[in-house]
Design a protein around this ligand. Structure first.
Ligand code: FAD
Ligand code: UDP
Length: 386
């Protein structure tokens, strides 16, 4: 690359979107990615048995943002897919989010009366968080709240976070509210589906632009130096163009204030010689088992493969920074946010350095939120004077 206008670190949705937009604005963009593939955690590939899997956990696209959907639709067609999840509660399957159908399954004859009470208290089609429902002073609704808490949230949350639902950020359990509806989709967004040819193909097209060079197996540290005085060197040369960093921010500063806490996951894949392993894309194990959920990819991807299917079990644990471990979830609480703030303040001393993405912003962002933020950042950077 003879001329370099922008450096992007990380080729997930954050990095790839910003790189594409800057390239379309006429900038020469270098993308460096430490893995041996693009796509970040959304990456998919065929396993040894030829089953299309999501290597870093199940990714279902959903958004209410038309601009995000329109942007990504330039790089992929969509398979119409609405994710449906059930909880396995001692062998009985019930929809998650817990809804009026789950109520029927859990409460049988009592369910009609309970549904009436719920609807009178909160209104039809309302989403009520489990923490809100637990505030109810109606004894029957309080009993129901306890049931949902005990059978849907408590054990799953302990497995996922090592903490109770009260101890974690309330926004996390609010992602999966009690839903006073018969709509059993996991997401209610207007746009939802799966990239027709998979995420890897989407990313190939997203990054396929004459102004973009992608360097795989390359760490930020291989090309970028942050000097003491708030200036940046790229390949040893002073560089004033935008640098968009999408990795964990403590890594950028040698963890000088300490390690930012994350949760990591172990994924265990199994291929079974059957057409289907389970009835739904994902089954959550909310009362037992050491793993949180099992996803069967064929439900998501629509791949047709007779008598063969691959599933994935997810085991969550503390991220310790060991070699090969990947930080997946920021552990959001006031103390960790303050620690993140120290790193963000340090990053702000470099006027051309921009933190973007789920890791770099230490947030619980879905893919669409990341693409939206990347589009906005790229707009700001493109309209800024050179
Ligand atoms: P990432 O995808 O993590 O990409 C960051 C990239 O930067 C990585 O490729 C990494 O290797 C690279 N990198 C980091 N540090 C460096 C460095 N120092 N040098 C070079 N490269 C570096 N969202 C949804 O919308 N729907 C879902 O169903 C969904 N399911 C999920 C399931 C799981 C298990 C997880 C963990 C997340 C899920 N998400 C889902 C969220 C989704 O993964 C993120 O929103 C999205 O991947 C964030 O994109 P990103 O570019 O910010 O980060
Ligand atoms: N959750 C739960 N039981 C479930 C589903 C979710 O307790 O059956 C809680 C749990 O704390 C989880 C959070 O809700 O971490 C968010 O769930 P979501 O499915 O959005 O998590 P993700 O897919 O991002 O891992």
């Amino acid at each position: 690359m003879s001329q370099l206008d922008a450096l992007v670190i990380g080729a997930g949705f954050a990095g790839a979107t910003v790189a594409r937009k800057l390239a379309e604005a006429g900038k020469q963009v270098l993308v460096v990615e430490r893995r041996d593939h693009i796509g970040g955690n959304a990456y998919d590939c065929l396993d040894d048995e030829g089953v299309l899997i999501h290597k870093y956990g199940p990714h279902i696209f959903h958004t209410g943002h038309k601009e995000v959907y329109d942007f990504l639709s330039r790089f992929t067609a969509w398979r119409d897919y609405s994710h449906r999840v059930v909880a396995n509660v001692y062998g009985q399957l019930m929809p998650v989010p817990f809804n009026l159908t789950s109520l029927d399954i859990a409460y049988e004859q009592r369910s009609a009366a309970l549904a009436e009470k719920l609807l009178a208290a909160y209104g039809p089609e309302r989403k009520v968080t489990i923490l809100e429902l637990r505030q109810s002073d109606d004894p029957e609704l309080a009993e129901l709240a306890d049931y949902v808490y005990e059978n849907i949230f408590k054990t799953y949350t302990m497995k996922q976070w090592g903490q109770t639902p009260e101890e974690i950020d309330p926004a996390t359990t609010a992602r999966v509210p009690v839903f006073l509806s018969r709509d059993d989709r996991y997401f209610q967004d207007l746009y939802q589906g799966m990239p027709l040819e998979g995420y890897a193909a989407l990313f190939e097209r997203l990054l396929d632009h004459p102004n973009i060079e992608v360097r795989l197996n390359t760490d930020a540290a291989d090309v970028l130096t942050l000097t003491q005085v708030g200036t940046t060197l790229v390949n040893g040369e002073p560089f004033k163009g935008p640098i968009v960093y999408t990795g964990a921010v403590d890594g950028l500063f040698d963890r000088r204030f300490g390690r930012l806490p994350y949760r990591t996951l172990d994924f265990v894949f199994e291929t079974h010689p059957v057409e289907w392993y389970q009835t739904h894309g994902t089954v959550n194990y909310t009362v037992d088992q050491p793993f949180t959920r099992i996803t069967e990819f064929k439900h998501l991807t629509g791949q047709v493969l007779p008598k063969k299917t691959t599933i994935m079990k997810e085991f969550s644990k503390e991220f310790t920074g060991e070699d090969g471990q990947i930080p997946y979830y920021a552990v959001i609480n006031p103390e960790n946010k303050a620690l993140y703030g120290q790193y963000a303040a340090l990053a702000a001393e470099y006027p051309n350095l921009h933190l973007l993405g789920r890791l770099a912003e230490y947030q619980y962002y879905n893919m669409d939120a990341i693409v939206k933020r990347a589009l906005e950042l790229a707009d700001r950077l493109s309209s800024a004077k050179d």
